[in-house]
Design a protein around this ligand. Structure first.
Ligand SMILES: [Zn+2]
Length: 379
């Protein structure tokens, strides 16, 4: 409801929060980190659509377009039950499955980078790769492949990556995501909450992967970017506290980003570490009901923490630990909006560290956290 009129404040707060963040030069270490990130993005974009094709179903890899598509929904519906085998000259090119196809003209949006092909088969030529959130006209969908119209011609995309534009509409909720930590920790002190005499370092340096070698700040950004894409695909407005490692944003400043934006939920993404390498599993963190700084938000924070923990555990099959209620987290205590920290797993556990470094597992984590956000809002 208040989303649009707060955008100026959001912009201002972003400028304030990021304005003083140019302190670190790009070290060789950082450059390497950025390269790794870009590589992950590329393989993500190239591989996922390929992995989901119905290769087994199509034996012939002809590149021809089918002649079935037309734009009249009445005519299309009449074709629904028809067997198309008689309409095509041998050898038949790959075609939509006539048993399951639904022909209806509708506006769709891509939920990730998707290959647009000349035929409904992963063997067919890629006409172009559509960026995430590209709007297309769909004319038919057989459940696996969708026909889409581009420049008056019919092409094909994996249905899994298309969503109705009407379902993509802004659902009215703003989620702020904080990818925990940053390239270099900042040991300068700040109060752990408004008016507190106790102080903590502005940003701890975080843990690192015992097997993967990833730094926590790298892993948290990988998953946070996937979470951003997932939530946006579900209709949320999303604001990121950081999208690079080369920032210097204290925990209280991270809370301020969410506060100033008027976030409906603030998700802080972290990974855990322990002296006991056998310790594993997901936990979430929320304030206690007696929190002196923002205890009035306890019920919402507790609910958000429960939903996100359940969502992440259900999506990944990871060990469900517990919800840790504590008033020691500056980035929670400074919040005036519902907040949770999700500790996605232990980077000190060889198995869990390896899993968390895996692109597919990261996607499961992001989808699970998004499921939790959906559940929190009753979506
Ligand atoms: Zn952390």
């Amino acid at each position: 409801m208040r989303k649009y009129r707060i955008w100026l404040a959001v912009l201002l707060s972003a400028v304030l929060a990021f304005g003083g963040c140019g302190g670190f030069g790009g070290s060789g270490e950082n450059e390497q980190q950025f390269q790794e990130q870009a590589k992950g993005d590329t393989s993500d974009k190239k591989e996922t659509p390929e992995d989901n094709g119905n290769s087994g179903e199509q034996e012939i890899s002809g590149a021809g377009e089918t002649q079935e598509g037309n734009n009249s929904s009445e005519a299309q519906e009449s074709l629904e039950k028809q067997d198309s085998s008689g309409e095509q000259e041998a050898p038949a090119p790959p075609a939509l499955n006539e048993e399951t196809v639904v022909r209806s003209r509708e506006e769709v949006v891509t939920t990730s980078s998707v290959n647009i092909r000349t035929a409904p088969s992963t063997d067919s030529e890629v006409y172009q790769t559509a960026a995430r959130r590209t709007e297309l006209i769909r004319t038919a969908d057989d459940g696996t492949w969708s026909a889409v119209e581009i420049d008056g011609k019919e092409y094909y995309a994996a249905s899994e990556y298309l969503r109705l534009k009407s379902e993509m509409a802004d659902n009215g909720y703003l989620v702020v995501i904080d990818a925990g930590h940053q390239g270099k920790g900042n040991s300068e002190q700040e109060p752990i909450g408004p008016g507190a005499s106790e102080t903590k370092p502005k940003v701890a340096s975080g843990t690192s992967g015992c097997v993967s070698g990833l730094n926590e700040y790298e892993l948290t950004l990988m998953v946070s970017l996937k979470l951003q894409a997932e939530l946006e695909a579900r209709g949320y407005q999303v604001m990121m506290v950081r999208t690079s490692h080369d920032v210097n944003i204290s925990n209280s400043e991270r809370a301020a980003v969410a506060n100033n934006a008027g976030a409906d939920a603030f998700i802080r993404v972290h990974a855990n570490g322990s002296d006991d390498s056998s310790e594993n599993g997901i936990l979430t963190i929320c304030p206690t009901s007696a929190n002196p700084y923002m205890g009035s938000l306890y019920t919402q924070c507790r609910s958000l923490s429960e939903c996100v923990l359940d969502g992440a555990v259900n999506a990944t099959g990871a060990n469900k630990k517990y919800i840790w209620e504590t008033d020691t987290m500056s980035g929670i205590n400074w919040c005036t909006v519902p907040v949770t920290i999700v500790e996605m797993g232990f980077m000190t556990n060889p198995d869990e560290d390896s899993r968390m470094a895996d692109d597919g597992y990261q996607s499961q984590l992001a989808a699970g956290i998004a499921d939790g956000v959906d559940a929190y809002f009753g979506n």
